[in-house]
Design a protein around this ligand. Structure first.
Ligand SMILES: Cc1cc2nc3c(=O)[nH]c(=O)nc-3n(C[C@H](O)[C@H](O)[C@H](O)COP(=O)(O)OP(=O)(O)OC[C@H]3O[C@@H](n4cnc5c(N)ncnc54)[C@H](O)[C@@H]3O)c2cc1C
Length: 810
């Protein structure tokens, strides 16, 4: 079924004939892209795909990822029984809970599932055994049951995709190794192969664990590591009753099972991970060029813990004879999520790093990638899987490896909300880092930055009685409330150096930003504007402030993790005459807010500080030259104070010394989160995503329909069917953290986007996207917090200082 002649041109070249590459080809063909060429260096499936265990589970930690898995299942179900049957068996999946914490996690997941439209049920240990009769129920508290999970044959699925793609016009050449990627002006113009060159506009790197190597051909870093992953296949030993046995996952014992004829497949995530084919100590992947259709040596030593645990759950494993222990490498990413999207090279896409979920994901990934390639932007929010979430620090193979190892070895661990990863830290630190450490900072990490969550030094001033119930109270400190109150009652100082900062300059800068922003941003020099940038669907692609520094120079400040994303969005729309530069590392930033903030700043500066809200001035604070922006994310009078990085420590200590006599307290990001919730300030990626318009997100006040901007046409044509609403829960100790289902009008009507406790308003606050008819003030709602429905209602927002009097100050 393979083509032989290498064409000299194709619109799109896909590198890699695993399940990922073939699925993208299949879906591109469905979208009418016939001029597609798939190149595979060996045989189809000869990378990781042929040795996959074939399990397909759907429930994941984010809406988009789960939706992708659901798309996969829908497709596999559709293909079953056709000439492209992938061997799909919809036997259902069980996930056991063997500890009270795991049971809480399971109940929490059952809540999410409701909002994703997944038919997940909670069942008893005995009900689990009815579906998987070989299991021992000892220690099982309960389980979740998803009847639409299943398994399939990885090779049949890949060939089914390949066949479908070929029928749609795609040419597939095996034994054709891509050896180079040709670029011109930062964009793809072709590939080189062992058999000749092919000109093209789009290259899709679907190279699986080889994707890092393929990326290097274009100077693009794809941060993934090949990890050895194992499962065993037993000989037939069980009697079948004709039906199918469910798949079984027992995360507390690190194992999973599925039927395989009259035997079983059993695998798991070993506590001792085994990165494979890396060079020396730096951790760079160096996979042998002839590694195709091959496996690694059986590693029983490493598999021992899994094998022992498996016998605890399925005693029959004791006597079952093992046909084979499969040990194969698979690409893992530093956060355990897929690596998708367009890279910094225009026209070069990547779809790799499937972290042992490539079969489960393939159908949905192929669809999403094809839509992304054909439409120029993804058709749903894929930020958590977007390659741009990986900052420059993932250029380091060693750092990447440290994170990958941690993710792999803790795969089945319960991830409590606000859980922080520890590998590879500290890496990026602000100039005041040592000060923070000396004052008992509890650090969190974002994009490699160490950021203060709270200071232990403030704990004594807080109120332990406010600790939220359950998991929300685990990574919590009374200091959060103390820091929050200091900001409302006196003043608080926050280190915000990690903010991502972008400068847009050049003769065309103003015109470009006006074309991309929904708000009017090319105002007078010195003005600051809060705005969004929208995609063609009218969804919010970026959400930040833009300050005009000069006629032809603008400064953008965005969230710590969003710099690469936002910069890429602006850069891809920029023509000649506009420079877009990441200046994050140039500027330290201290946020100073509160009713006494002006007194604090005035005691350290002789400059006139009376300039108005949403404007900026250059001032001196002590000995430090500062760009002061009169903005706020906490709803109080104050400034973001930027100075060149080398002055950062001096700025911090100057402000601290100046503020101490006035009641200034240093605060962390958890206090900021509580303050911003009371004011209804949105978080991009949670409350607002590329799937919501500014109107749906309650940001319509930014939209200037009288001017032309990207996304305006979509806004004009749509009537918001949903609205982001502020909810207040009746029980202040029940705190929602995100993804909890919201019941309104007698059904699950939406999901919490973010939530927390407001220490000034003394309420448990949650934001949720609800259908317009349920978004009215006073609508009764209930939010499921760990299996318990907590009553609440939709309220007018913001809860604190709706007139904004505090911000404008005296
Ligand atoms: C032991 C094990 C068990 C697993 N179990 C499951 C499971 O139960 N469920 C699940 O969903 N997933 C599972 N997986 C993961 C799954 O197998 C992978 O995620 C998936 O197969 C990856 O597909 P891919 O197309 O990205 O990569 P691959 O299948 O590796 O395909 C990449 C292809 O690119 C080709 N290539 C590379 N470089 C070039 C080049 N320069 N030119 C041309 N071609 C090139 C390679 O030859 C290869 O064929 C498992 C993985 C392992 C190792």
């Amino acid at each position: 079924m393979v083509d032989r002649e290498l064409p000299s041109r194709a619109r799109c070249v896909i590198v890699g004939g695993g399940v990922g590459g073939t699925s993208i080809a299949y879906h591109l063909a469905e979208l009418g892209w016939s001029d597609v060429l798939l190149l595979e260096r060996s045989e189809l499936t000869s990378g990781s795909t042929f040795h996959s265990a074939g399990l397909v589970g759907q429930l994941r930690g984010s809406v988009s990822l789960t939706r992708m898995m659901m798309d996969s299942v829908e497709l596999y179900r559709r293909l079953a029984g056709t000439e492209h049957d992938p061997g799909w068996v919809e036997c259902g999946g069980i996930r056991l809970a063997c500890s009270p914490e795991r049971w809480e996690e399971t109940r929490r997941q059952a809540g999410w599932a409701k909002t994703f439209g997944l038919p997940l049920e909670l069942i008893s240990a005995e009900e689990a055994r009815e579906r998987f009769p070989l299991m021992e129920t000892g220690g099982v508290i309960g389980a979740s049951w998803l009847p639409t999970d299943g398994y399939l044959d990885p090779s049949r699925l890949t060939y089914a995709f390949a066949d479908g793609a070929r029928r749609g016009g795609c040419r597939i050449l095996t034994h054709t190794r891509v050896t180079g990627i040709e670029l011109r002006d930062g964009a793809v113009r072709g590939v080189r192969t062992e058999r000749g060159d092919v000109e093209c506009e789009v290259v899709v790197n679907a190279g699986g664990m080889f994707a890092a190597e393929v990326g290097r051909m274009a100077g693009v870093r794809v941060p993934l590591v090949p990890m050895a992953h194992e499962y065993l296949v037993t000989q037939p030993f069980r009697e079948r009753d004709g039906g199918h046995m469910a798949t079984l996952r027992d995360p507390d014992h690190l194992v999973y099972f599925r039927e395989e004829g009259d035997g079983l497949v059993m695998g798991g995530y070993e506590r001792r991970s085994a990165p494979w084919a890396l060079t020396g100590g730096d951790g760079l992947d160096a996979i042998p060029p002839d590694f195709n259709g091959r496996l690694l040596e059986e590693d029983w030593d490493r598999f021992e813990e899994i094998a022992v645990n498996a016998r605890v759950r399925v005693p029959a494993m004791e006597d079952a004879r093992v046909t084979r222990l499969i040990n194969g490498p698979e690409a893992f990413t530093p956060d355990g999520e897929f690596c998708l999207g367009e890279t910094d090279v225009r026209g070069l896409f990547v779809a790799a790093g499937f972290c042992a979920h490539g079969l489960a994901g393939a159908g949905g990934v192929g669809k999403a990638m094809a839509e992304w390639i054909a439409g120029g932007e993804p058709s749903m929010d894929l930020w958590r899987m977007d390659i741009r979430r990986f900052g420059a620090h993932y250029r380091s193979p060693r750092h990447t490896l440290a994170r990958v190892r941690e993710v792999y070895e803790t795969y089945y661990d319960i991830k409590f909300p606000y859980h922080e990863r520890s590998a590879g830290r500290p890496l990026r630190t602000s100039p005041a880092y040592e000060w923070h450490r000396a004052h008992g900072a509890a650090f969190g990490e974002k994009s490699g930055w160490e950021r203060v969550n709270w200071y232990a030094a403030n704990e004594a001033e807080g109120d332990e009685a406010l600790r939220p119930r359950g998991w929300a109270g685990r990574h919590w400190s009374p200091a959060i409330g103390a820091e929050h109150r200091a900001c409302r009652e006196a003043a608080a100082l926050f280190d915000e150096t990690s903010f991502a900062k972008i400068e847009v300059s050049g003769a065309g800068a103003a015109e470009l930003l006006e074309r991309l922003c929904d708000n009017h941003v090319a105002r007078d020099v010195g003005r600051v504007t809060y705005t969004q940038m929208l995609n063609r669907r009218g969804g919010v692609e970026c959400d930040f402030t833009v300050a005009r520094l000069a006629e032809d120079r603008f400064s953008i400040v965005t969230g710590t993790a969003f710099g690469r994303h936002d910069l890429a969005w602006i850069a891809r729309h920029a023509g000649p005459g506009v420079q877009v530069e990441d200046v994050t590392s140039r500027w330290a930033c201290a946020g100073l807010w509160g009713p006494r903030a002006r007194d604090v700043l005035a005691s350290a500066s002789t400059d006139d500080l009376s300039f108005g809200y949403m404007t900026l001035r250059d001032v001196a604070v002590g000995d430090v030259p500062v760009r002061a922006l009169r903005v706020t994310y906490v709803g109080e009078l104050g400034w973001e104070l930027y100075c060149p990085m080398e002055y950062g420590a001096a700025l911090w200590s100057t402000l601290w010394e100046a503020g101490r006599p006035l009641g200034l307290r240093a605060g962390g990001y958890r206090a900021i989160d509580s303050l911003r919730l009371e004011k209804g300030y949105r978080v991009w990626g949670a409350d607002v995503t590329p799937d919501e318009t500014p109107y749906e997100a309650g940001l319509g006040f930014c939209v200037r329909l009288e001017k032309d901007f990207l996304g305006r046409a979509a806004l004009e044509q749509s009537t918001p069917a949903r609205r982001l609403c502020c909810l207040v829960l009746g029980d202040p100790r029940a705190v929602a953290l995100g993804n909890e289902p919201v019941r309104a009008g007698g059904r699950v009507a939406g999901r919490v986007t973010s939530g927390g406790y407001g220490y000034t308003v003394e309420r448990s606050i949650a934001y949720a996207l609800l259908p317009a008819e349920q978004a009215e003030r006073g609508t009764p709602v209930a939010v499921e917090v760990f299996g318990e429905w907590v009553e609440g209602e939709v309220v007018a927002e913001p809860l604190f200082d709706p007139q904004g009097a505090r911000i404008r100050g005296g």
